[in-house]
Every structure is written in C-alpha cells, then in structure tokens.
Design a protein around this ligand. Structure first.
Ligand code: BDR
Ligand code: CA
Length: 313
C-alpha cells in the first residue's frame, strides 16, 4: 500500500519539483499539503500550492495554510533572488481557481495523524514552525506519526543561509529544536547530502521535452533558480534539496545515515546551526534527546535517475 505523506512546504521552485516527484511516485499517497513562510510569505505559499494541485489535476488534495511567522520572532522575509518574487521563477501566473481549506496547517496535521495512527509520514521541506505548533497543541502526534523526514540542517558541513546555518532551520531555530527533541523518529536530509546531489543543465533541459503539464511547469520555473545556483556556487545546474527528502521516503537505501542527537543554536552568529553530539559521550544539553537519523552520504546519480524516471513516467 502506498505510504501516506503530508508535505509541509514553502513553494518555492525546488518545493515544486519535490511535490511533483511525490505525486508521480506510486509508493507515495500525498494526502495533503500544508504551507509555511520561507521562500515566500505563507499566503503566497498557499496560493502556489493550490495552483500546483490544479496544474497536476489533483484538486482533491487539500492545502492547509500555516502560520505567517516563526514561534518567537517575525519572519525575516522571502528570497526572491532564489525562487523569484512569486516563488515560481517570476512567471507571475494568474491566481488559481481553488483555495486552501478552512483549517490551519497544525490542525490538519493533528487531525490526520490521530485519524491514521502509525501511518502518516510528515515531510517538512520548509521552516518547522507548523510541525512544532502541532506538537505543542497535541503532543500525542509524536507517538502516532509513522516518521518525520525533513529537508533542513547541516550536521558537519557549512550552511547556506549563513556560514553556520541552513535556510529552513535558520528561519525558525526554536521550532527546529522542538522537532529534533520530540520522541519520534526524525530523519534529517540536510546540506550534508543535498549539496552532493547536482542536477545538471542537461537534466533540467530534459524537462521541457517531457509531455506532461508537471514537467512543462518545472521547465518554465527552473531557469531563474538555476541561474542563482550557477552564479552563487559556480556549478553546472542546481543542488537538489527538497526532492532529496522525497527520495529518502521512497528509497532510504540511497543514503548512508548516522545516529546523533541534534541541538539547534538559537542565538547569535550561529543562529540556526544544527549541532550533532558526535560519538558516545553525550554532553548534558544533548542527553535525553532522541537520536536523529542524519543523512551523511548519498548515491547522487541513482537519486537523480529516480527523479527523472518518475517525471518521465
Ligand atoms: C531549503 O531552503 C529553501 O530555499 C529550499 O526550498 C529548501 O527547502 C534549502 O536550504
Ligand atoms: Ca523548501
């Protein structure tokens, strides 16, 4: 039976690629999208998410809007130079016909997890505020979820939003520390692996040759995003962030993992840094925290082949 997932997302170009990859994968049953600020403000993330379901002709999949700000401060603002002013590569498409459901992201997550105990995998690919709020409102989701597979963090490599921190975690470090500390199985698909998955121009250009509305939409939104990567990192093409979390849910054998408890720095220059306690001697701040399944190596070629094959099917 296909695995039920909820994708918590800030679409976002790579979020779009990840969502479509999931929709095209028979192993997965996307039962809903929940939205969050990050690449864009939450309201725009919701508009984009609804439009993506219309492009994919999957209007039955509900979109639940999340909160507009992190747990303890105001949102620092979107990143138009990465994802476009509209979060969709500056296409400025007309508004969708539908709208988000009349239920908050946190309430939707709680309702679904408690209705399907042990069945739902949460796949957050944006800041972790909705997930932390859901945990606060209903701590029993921790024992009723199947697992959490998130894109975010950097265990033993530098950050991308700052020298210390990855963008999703830096956008709400307090929420991330709650999520990494809750008594559930968390897998961290962070920059340790996503910066090793390089989808090249030749792959990206292939999308425009695939005869499906999903691939055609990706082909249209990706150039702005690709230009950011090529300018910033001097690579050919892009690094694959959010789709790597989807790939993990489909096939964990693509990754090698370590099991470390994680704390998140919430103050100062290193705000948003995910700190693993390496080795067996745990410092007091890491004691009594669950061990996070941290992805450290990836079969990059096999991951890219999987995503491309799914998008072609
Ligand atoms: C993460 O930040 C966002 O820009 C991407 O969508 C991804 O989720 C990468 O650091
Ligand atoms: Ca994202």
């Amino acid at each position: 039976m296909a695995r039920k997932i909820i994708i918590d997302t800030d679409p976002g170009v790579d979020d779009t690629m990840a969502i479509f990859f999931a929709l095209k994968s028979p192993e997965l049953d996307v039962i809903g999208l929940t939205t969050i600020f990050g690449n864009v403000h939450t309201a725009l993330a919701s508009t984009n998410a609804v439009r993506l379901m219309e492009i994919a002709d999957r209007r039955e999949i509900p979109v639940a809007s999340g909160v507009a700000d992190p747990l303890t401060r105001a949102f620092g603002g979107p990143v138009p130079y990465v994802h476009g002013e509209d979060g969709q590569g500056n296409l400025f498409l007309p508004p969708p016909q539908g709208q988000p459901i009349d239920q908050s992201a946190a309430d939707f997550i709680i309702e679904q997890v408690m209705r399907h105990p042990g069945e739902i995998t949460l796949v957050p690919v944006g800041p972790l505020t909705n997930i932390a709020l859901a945990l606060r409102l209903e701590p029993r989701i921790a024992e009723n979820v199947r697992e959490v597979v998130l894109m975010g963090g950097n265990a033993i490599v530098p950050g991308n939003a700052s020298p210390a921190a990855e963008a999703n975690i830096r956008n709400d470090p307090e929420a991330a520390d709650l999520v990494f500390g809750a008594p559930w199985q968390v897998t961290m698909v962070g920059l340790d692996v996503t910066h090793k998955v390089n989808m090249k121009r030749k792959h990206l250009e292939h999308y425009s040759t695939i005869n499906s509305p999903l691939a055609q939409h990706i082909a249209r939104i990706v150039p702005h995003y690709r230009d950011f990567f090529e300018r910033t990192y001097e690579v050919d093409g892009i690094f694959v962030h959010d789709s790597s979390a989807i790939a993990y849910v489909i096939d964990p054998s693509l990754f090698k993992t370590e099991h470390w408890p994680i704390r998140v720095e919430t103050e100062g220059l290193s705000r948003g840094k995910t700190w693993p306690n390496l080795g067996d001697r745990l410092r007091p701040e890491w004691e009594n925290r669950p061990r996070v399944n941290v992805c450290v190596e990836v079969d990059s070629q096999r991951l890219i082949d999987l995503e491309m094959a799914r998008m072609e099917a």
